[in-house]
Design a binder for this molecule. Structure first.
Ligand SMILES: [Zn+2]
Length: 575
């Protein structure tokens, strides 16, 4: 296995991929039985693996958006990406129309075919120019937000380094920090709104070209939602309003008492304990007597990675092998640096069948959380390393997020490794957070649905809509003097709203399943873990509702599931 830093980079050109795809298509057309069709499909695996440089570029560009070489390479891929997507679609169209389809389906399962069909409905060559324009808008958004700074104590700080200060146990400090962060968003407001307006218009035209009444409809194909649709999602949001909003309000009352405050303002929202939130205190093994001071810094990047290694090693033999593979091959970039893109994600380098974690350790509990969440994605990818049918590695996002979010809970018993004697506080905080997350993702989903249904909305209308929905989902939120948030511009802080429309609800659906696992863990840790392992391996062969049912979890679309979960959490969290 090649170390990440040694992975060679060479540009993948559109011309070479086009030639190879056309050859494959020719060969597929000439195939005289299912076996030879499958042989061509396996050649496509090699072609996909040979495009790994594109993923390498994506990551290396995100590691420093100001690096001119990878910025230029990324701009090239943003341009050819939609054309490559079209080639892939053309190839899949042949598979779907093959006279040997029945026999191929027997080998691969019918689910793969449903996914390919959704792909045909969601994209075709007429969309290429619009998709290219969309990519350019998103590149502008990345450049803008990756270099954002906040004025703090007379100096400019990277915006994503402000979280620790915004969670300060000192109320005056966190109030000032939260205002400074909002000022920084407010300073970018004009450009953020301009980019979003153009994205809206672009996506409205995409829907029109594809013959859909709105982008909402198109997005359900894009997101490959199979086994449920907008109606089920809308009903799910109503269930969340009925069962989770009251639960969250009740827990907020308890948090207020715990913090010893008369009233909670927006700047109190990230704080859970009067002494402050737990932060990683781990020190690297051997760090105390090591001569390098860096190692002994509690919660340092190196120490958190060491704790991550210990956690997965203790969890199970499978996770132990996974974390050794990941960390020994440099497949995680977790340090915050100037010019590095915000946030975290996991991606795969198909050529090496290697998962990669991109993250930003900011010294808060995020250091641990992100290695559980992205670690869950990466672990699932690792489990599928030897999967022969590569189509079974295609994940839809609600399923992928279930892998990731369930891991956050399977990791709960190991939090002492990061937080020492405040591990229990982390567990409480994370569980309360999960409830707010579900509500917040439903809010985003409803916002997007309404915006994309009426694309003629102005930015002012969008802000007013956000403010109104925000009050519905979080009736007790008090923005105090924070004008940016009070006037409904909070949605502008959320990268998913720009980059991945309609992804939000996937987090909410996945969190329900993840909490289902957490509840199950309390009854039977062995059985719940075995179910999780099986789910990770079966992912890609069935739609989401069938997978969770097969795993022994409740459906997120049934009221019973949400009612039982909210009751269980209330019992667990209230004293
Ligand atoms: Zn995720």
């Amino acid at each position: 296995m090649v170390h990440f830093t040694e992975m060679p980079y060479e540009r993948v050109t559109y011309e070479e991929i086009e030639v190879r795809y056309l050859e494959l298509m020719e060969e597929f057309r000439k195939a005289t039985d299912a076996e030879s069709c499958l042989a061509v499909m396996r050649k496509r695996y090699q072609l996909t693996a040979d495009m790994t440089a594109m993923d390498l570029c994506y990551v290396r560009h995100d590691m420093n958006v100001n690096d001119a070489f990878y910025a230029a390479e990324q701009a090239y891929y943003d341009e050819i990406g939609p054309k490559l997507g079209d080639l892939s679609n053309q190839f899949e169209r042949l598979i779907l129309a093959s006279p040997y389809r029945k026999d191929i389906e027997e080998k691969l399962g019918s689910y793969v075919f449903s996914i390919m069909e959704a792909g045909q409905s969601g994209f075709d060559s007429r969309l290429i120019p619009l998709a290219q324009e969309e990519n350019r808008l998103l590149a502008r958004y990345n450049q803008l937000t990756s270099n954002a700074t906040v004025e703090w104590e007379g100096e400019k700080r990277k915006r994503n380094l402000m979280r620790l200060i915004a969670q300060s146990p000192d109320r005056e400090v966190r109030k000032a920090a939260s205002l400074a962060i909002s000022d920084s968003w407010e300073a970018q407001r004009e450009e953020l709104e301009e980019i979003f307006e153009k994205l809206l218009e672009n996506r409205r035209r995409q829907a029109e070209v594809m013959g859909f009444s709105s982008y909402v409809e198109l997005s359900y194909y894009r997101m490959m939602r199979i086994g449920y649709g907008p109606k089920e999602v809308e009903a799910f949001r109503e269930l969340v309003k009925k069962h989770f909003v009251p639960l969250s309000r009740r827990l907020e009352e308890e948090r207020k008492k715990r913090l010893n405050l008369d009233h909670l303002y927006i700047y109190d929202s990230g704080v859970y304990f009067p002494e402050g939130n737990p932060v990683p205190v781990c020190v690297e093994a051997g760090g105390k007597d090591a001569d390098t001071e860096k190692k002994a810094v509690p919660g340092s990047t190196a120490a958190c990675l060491e704790a991550t290694r210990r956690m997965y090693t203790e969890m199970s033999p499978e996770t132990g092998q996974f974390i050794a593979f990941l960390l020994d091959n440099g497949l995680a970039d977790v340090e915050i640096r100037d010019g590095k893109r915000d946030g975290g994600y996991m991606t795969t380098f198909e050529k090496y069948r290697a998962p990669f974690i991109f993250a930003n350790f900011d010294g808060t509990m995020e250091n641990a959380y992100i290695m559980c969440h992205e670690g869950g994605h990466a672990f699932q990818g690792y489990l599928k390393r030897d999967e022969e049918i590569r189509e079974h590695c295609w994940n839809t996002s609600e399923m992928a997020e279930t892998h990731a979010m369930a891991m956050e809970f399977f990791a709960m018993p190991y939090m002492e490794l990061f937080f020492g004697d405040r591990a229990q506080d982390y567990r409480t905080m994370h569980l309360e957070d999960a409830i707010r997350l579900i509500i917040n993702q439903c809010l985003q989903d409803e916002f997007q649905q309404r915006v994309y249904e009426q694309p003629e909305m102005t930015m002012e209308d969008c802000n007013a809509l956000w403010a109104r929905l925000d009050r519905e989902y979080f009736p007790d939120k008090d923005y105090d003097s924070n004008v940016n948030l009070r006037e409904g511009r909070g949605w502008q802080h959320i990268p998913h709203i720009y980059h991945w429309p309609f992804y939000a609800i996937d987090y909410a659906l996945a969190e329900i399943e993840a909490l289902g696992y957490y509840r199950w863990m309390h009854e039977d840790p062995g059985a719940s873990w075995q179910s999780y392992l099986r789910l990770c391996k079966e992912s890609g062969t069935m739609d989401f509702p069938s997978l969770v049912k097969g795993a022994g979890l409740g459906s997120p679309f049934e009221e019973e599931t949400l009612r039982k979960l909210s009751e269980w959490m209330l019992g667990k969290l209230s004293k």
